[in-house]
Design a protein around this ligand. Structure first.
Ligand code: HEC
Ligand code: HEC
Ligand code: HEC
Ligand code: HEC
Ligand code: HEC
Length: 399
């Protein structure tokens, strides 16, 4: 049933994602019905004074049914929300959600799939953002489909990726987490918005036929002490900020950058002998690494990206002396659907502590004098590019 895949497509698949939504056994998003969809009203019991109840946010998975403009708002585009909610707009504009359609990794991977509608279902979540509507899925690992042009395609909204309306507009109403009678637009209150399960709609995914999830951020969280303690994704990724909720209204609001600070996930404890570093002689010790800050595995999300722990002796000139020691945190996964496990999962589970013995030999030829041991965390992209995300420098003479 799988098509043959060219080298370019293999790369795309490496970056790519999936077929079946978490908990959905059907193949791909089938709910591409035109503008009339009417999501079921949630059973959430809100007190009488809590304002109108919000509908379920993802009643049919992704993409979300076609949305109409709420009264009092000029356009569904984030640009119109920006007129009033400009602090939130500006942080969102820097986030991965804003670049979910236009970002280079996605744009490249999408093109290589021949614009699979499966991919656009989460990266441009509203039907208004879909250039093509699926008439019928014809099978194949990437959800090949017969499509028709979407007459109500909104090109501007489409480029905004995971835009405000994708999370906040349903049934001509703005969905919020608390009643807002002073708003110029209708607001309905949704408890769902504050829960991890809301994020799971896009951040949890099992490809059809796979034995384990391709994206498992929600699953990792659900098994952690954070879930037991009621700490949601929003608590870490959308911390409260003081500032303007709207022009003229100061209050606390939720950060919409969605990023957790790099370097907060891990605690790194280095244990080296007091005798110090001697050029040309092996240096042994242990690195204790603990996932103290992430509410899920580190790293999480796409298994085609990984993290590398590195220990290096740095000489007086600031150069690495000899080969650094390395340990890779990864979840090896096959590059083709259904994305099976290819080896041991070495990612650090939330709360996990791992003690790693290490040995490295600083080069005989390097500069002596004031040096250091550096413990580094590198992030490695699917194409092997490495960026340093965390460095700890411990001064130590190199003899
Ligand atoms: C003309 C100004 C204006 C525009 C445009 C506007 N809003 Fe609002 N919005 C407000 C005001 C004022 C409130 C009430 C704030 C309060 O009570 O603290 C509000 C409330 C909200 C709330 C609920 C706040 C809460 O505390 O839970 C959400 C969510 C929201 N807006 C989202 C949006 C989105 C998304 C857009 C664009 C589609 C938008 N708004 C466009 C002025 C505006
Ligand atoms: C409608 C789908 C959708 C929902 C709902 C959603 N996300 Fe995302 N999120 C995405 C996509 C798609 C990306 C990847 C963007 C990219 O890099 O192409 C992403 C990226 C991220 C990133 C990486 C950000 C970065 O700058 O690299 C974080 C963190 C994140 N989301 C957290 C959350 C949290 C927390 C929630 C719940 C409050 C949430 N997301 C809800 C679709 C969604
Ligand atoms: C169920 C929702 C969903 C679907 C369907 C989906 N993605 Fe994603 N995608 C995400 C989320 C969430 C992230 C961010 C996860 C992370 O940080 O690892 C992401 C991240 C990515 C990234 C990494 C972006 C970066 O900045 O590093 C690429 C590339 C990507 N997706 C391509 C695809 C392709 C190609 C398809 C179709 C085959 C696809 N996605 C389908 C939700 C989805
Ligand atoms: C990925 C989903 C997502 C996107 C995209 C998003 N929001 Fe939100 N927003 C949330 C969540 C979740 C909350 C509530 C968090 C909570 O209260 O637990 C929220 C809260 C708000 C609030 C209520 C005030 C507050 O901060 O508590 C306003 C206003 C708001 N968002 C406006 C916007 C605007 C404007 C945009 C686009 C520029 C936007 N949001 C984009 C998920 C999103
Ligand atoms: C206890 C706090 C905490 C909780 C709870 C939490 N996260 Fe995170 N998250 C982090 C930290 C810390 C990082 C790592 C940031 C770094 O070092 O790059 C992270 C990273 C991520 C990333 C990868 C971003 C990247 O740069 O690659 C995604 C996606 C993400 N979280 C989504 C979620 C989702 C979805 C949930 C809920 C199911 C969640 N997180 C719950 C703290 C948390």
């Amino acid at each position: 049933m799988y098509i043959r895949i060219s080298a370019l497509l293999v790369l795309a698949l490496a970056l790519a994602v999936p077929m079946a939504q978490a908990g959905r056994k059907d193949k791909g998003p089938k709910n591409q019905t035109p503008p009339t969809a009417n999501p079921a009203v949630s059973e959430d019991k809100a007190p009488e004074d809590a304002g109108p109840k919000a509908p379920k946010l993802f009643p049919d998975g992704l993409p979300v049914a076609h949305q109409q403009l709420p009264e009092g708002v000029a356009s569904l585009s984030a640009q119109s929300c920006n007129g009033c909610h400009y602090e939130i707009h500006d942080t969102w504009a820097q986030s991965g959600h804003r670049s979910a359609r236009t970002g280079e990794p996605f744009a490249t991977a999408l093109a290589a799939t021949g614009n699979s509608p499966l991919c656009t279902s989460c990266h441009t979540p509203l039907l208004n953002q879909q250039q093509q509507l699926v008439r019928e899925y014809t099978g194949g690992p990437l959800g090949e489909a017969l499509t028709d042009p979407n007459e109500s395609w909104d090109a501007t909204l489409s480029a905004e990726g995971v835009t405000c309306a994708a999370c906040h507009v349903r049934d001509e109403v703005v969905i919020g987490s608390r009643p807002a009678s002073g708003a110029p637009h209708p607001v309905a209150v949704s408890e769902e918005l504050g829960e991890s399960s809301f994020c799971a709609s896009c951040h949890q995914l099992t490809w059809e036929g796979a034995e384990q999830p391709l994206y498992n951020t929600y699953g990792e969280w659900a098994e952690s002490n954070y879930a037991a303690a009621g700490v949601q994704c929003q608590d870490c990724h959308m911390p409260p900020r003081s500032g303007l909720v709207t022009a003229g209204s100061f209050a606390s609001h939720r950060d919409h950058g969605f990023d957790a600070a790099q370097g907060r996930a891990l605690t790194l404890l280095l244990d080296v002998p007091p005798s110090g570093v001697v050029r040309g002689e092996a240096l042994s010790g242990t690195l204790t690494v603990m996932n103290t800050g992430a509410g899920h595995a580190f790293p999480t999300g796409s298994p085609f990206s990984s993290a590398v722990l590195q220990i290096a002796v740095v000489d007086a000139e600031g150069k690495d002396s000899g080969e650094p020691w390395e340990s890779v945190l990864e979840r090896p996964t096959s590059m083709e659907p259904p994305y099976e496990s290819m080896g041991e999962d070495t990612t650090l589970k939330p709360g996990e502590t791992r003690v790693l013995p290490f040995t490295l030999t600083p080069s005989q030829k390097s500069e002596g004098g004031r040096g250091a041991i550096e413990v580094r965390v590198l992030r490695q992209s699917p194409t092997g590019e490495r960026t340093v995300s965390q460095v700890q420098r411990i001064p130590l003479a190199v003899n």
